[in-house]
Design a protein around this ligand. Sequence first.
Ligand SMILES: [Zn+2]
Length: 193
Amino acid sequence: MTTIATILETVKGPEANGAKCLPSQAQVNYFMALANGKQVGENERAHLIEYLPNLDRRTMAALIQWMVGLPWKPRPVVTSQSPKHPIMEGCYAIIHPGDGVLRFYEVRKPTKGKWAGFVFLSQLSGENHIRIREQGEREIVYGEISKNPMDSLKRFGQHIGRCGHCRKQLTDSESRQIGIGPVCRKHLGVESC
Ligand SMILES: [Zn+2]
């Protein structure tokens, strides 16, 4: 059976051309995509990522070749009309699991017009709304919000100073502290401090 150890063993020894070649950025990116996406054991995955900084081009190529032959992790099938996570319309702040950065998102679910029934996800960055279309990224963001939608909604209000539910400015200190305005608190059944 092929294991990471046996692969590392086969590429041991000096490289044919002498100097140790560093992998290209594209190679590293591909390696990471495979290490995160393929069906390898969680221990192996941790090892692969741990090895990454020390791998030369040749070793990385051998590991990539091995991972290419493995099946991908099953991905949930989601369409933009019916997200797996039923999240209510509103604005949310999450720590993005990819890089640990706090980001702000808007979920819109039109009930009228030609987009009725669709779910739109945008990242809010300054004045810009950047629509997120890539399915994998949508899944990551929805997944993170749905861990605790109310906390994510509150976090938006606490950081931005606008109610995550209705987007009105939060003008009293209690609302700013909670992150949701008084009317929406009542509507959502959120306790005051
Ligand atoms: Zn509100």
